[in-house]
Design a protein around this ligand. Structure first.
Ligand code: CTP
Length: 413
């Protein structure tokens, strides 16, 4: 819930502006109050009148509005906000933020902000992929700005798809909520404060040719929930994520990768860390030698042969490190038979300290075994096993993080 939270929503100009109206509704439903600032371009898509009606507040559009500067002013707008949310954030607005431009009310407000900023980019996928935008994204992240999305999917332009869609209003509202949950008031317990955690999540995609890849059904829900729970417990979290549709958790540094080898490189780059939780469903195999061109039917009726190469085992790599091995290495095991024996074998040969074992042969939520919302866990140690009831993935994450915190502070148990 967002009771008493004051959100300053900055709306920049793109077709996703219409979704920002729904976002305001979602935020207000949760108890937040919302004030909107619109750029001139945003007003070409939706009028300030609409945002005024839906926020129930005056909408701010002019930097040099004598009445508003006297009455409110951008500094006061910031003073009276707990979070600045930019949705949609265009490529242009992000570029201006990187360079500290302040030529309208939206950019001046962002430049003057000491309040945390969360942005939800929205743009054409080619603009998102452009190296200039990617440089700006990296810079904004380095400046401490949190991102939600963009997501992949259909673009406003008919027939175009790719990464660039603004995250859905419900997901943005959830990220706003997560922001406040990961930034508790002073005095709230943050048992992992000062600890660095690396988490892997999601599947990997292993290319066959420029258009095809090998993948699996991992949703990333469990790994992402663990990253969010660790951040909520005060840890500095690096989440290395394969391709997923779940949004980036707020308050977490997210590194997006595609292949197992990219995931391994990103994990290595994130070390040293105190804790590694490797929840990704890494593809065990990749196609040996990716074809440079799309593989075509040759008319013979014979399918092409795919030769596989084994991927690096990221967990075993970390578990057996002699330099910079995290103090606690946690792996996962999804098994359909002999759960405990298989989990114990993985514990031993991968050099892990704990294995979170999940019996995926059990009837799940009806949404399919991988990608469901619950897990029934056995936490396997070198000297024992803990049985957990069926829990939703967020509860699993919170319990695991509590367990990790207790491991580092056994005297407080
Ligand atoms: N893992 C990894 N790198 C790989 C394969 C697996 O880091 N190349 C990690 C997973 O993130 C997980 C653990 O190893 O934490 C176990 O993954 P799982 O797929 O259950 O084990 P495999 O080693 O692939 O064994 P198998 O598929 O034969 O059960």
């Amino acid at each position: 819930m967002l009771h008493d939270k004051r959100i300053l929503l900055i709306v920049s100009g793109g077709i996703a502006v219409y979704k920002a109206l729904d976002l305001v509704r979602r935020l207000r439903e949760r108890g937040a109050s919302v004030r909107a600032v619109m750029t001139p371009a945003a007003q070409r898509f939706v009028t300030p009148l609409a945002f005024g009606a839906i926020t129930g507040n005056q909408v701010f559009i002019e930097l040099f509005d004598r009445a508003a500067e006297h009455d409110v002013g951008h500094i006061r707008l910031l003073r009276e906000a707990d979070l600045v949310l930019v949705a949609p954030a265009t490529a242009d607005l992000m570029a201006k933020m990187v360079h500290g431009l302040a030529d309208d009310l939206a950019t001046a407000t962002l430049l003057a902000s000491k309040t945390p900023i969360l942005i939800a980019p929205a743009m054409n996928s080619v603009m998102w992929a452009n190296p200039a935008t990617q440089r700006n994204v990296a810079q904004l992240r380095a400046d401490g700005i949190a991102f939600i999305g963009p997501m992949s999917g259909e673009m406003a332009e008919s027939g175009e798809a790719g990464v660039g869609r603004m995250a859905e209003p419900l997901d943005i509202a959830a990220a706003v909520q997560a922001h406040f949950e990961t930034s508790p008031a002073p005095g709230v317990a943050r048992p992992l404060a000062g600890r660095r955690v690396v988490v892997t999540s999601g599947p990997t995609h292993e290319p066959i040719d420029p258009v095809r890849y090998i993948a699996n059904r991992s949703s990333g829900k469990q790994g992402h929930a663990i990253a969010a729970a660790a951040a909520a417990a005060g840890a500095e979290v690096v989440l290395v994520s394969g391709p997923v549709t779940v949004p980036d958790p707020a308050g977490v540094e997210v590194v997006h990768v595609e292949t197992a080898r990219e995931m391994q490189a990103a994990v290595d780059a994130a070390l040293p860390a105190d804790i590694a939780v490797l929840a990704a469903a890494v593809a065990d195999w990749r196609a040996k030698g990716t074809a440079a061109q799309k593989i075509k039917k040759d008319g013979s009726g014979r399918p092409p042969m795919l030769e596989f190469a084994e991927n690096p085992d990221i967990l075993a790599g970390i578990g057996h490190r002699t330099k910079d091995r995290p103090a606690l290495v946690v792996g996962f095991a999804a098994e359909t038979a002999d759960l405990l024996a298989n989990a114990q074998a993985k514990l031993a040969h991968k050099g892990a300290d704990w294995i979170v074992a999940n019996d995926v042969s059990l009837p799940s939520t009806g949404e399919g075994i991988m990608g469901g919302n619950t897990n029934e866990i056995r936490l396997v140690f070198h000297d024992g096993v803990e049985e957990w009831p069926r829990l939703d993935k967020r509860q699993v994450a919170e319990r695991l993080v509590a367990r990790i915190a207790a491991y580092f502070e056994p005297e407080d148990e």
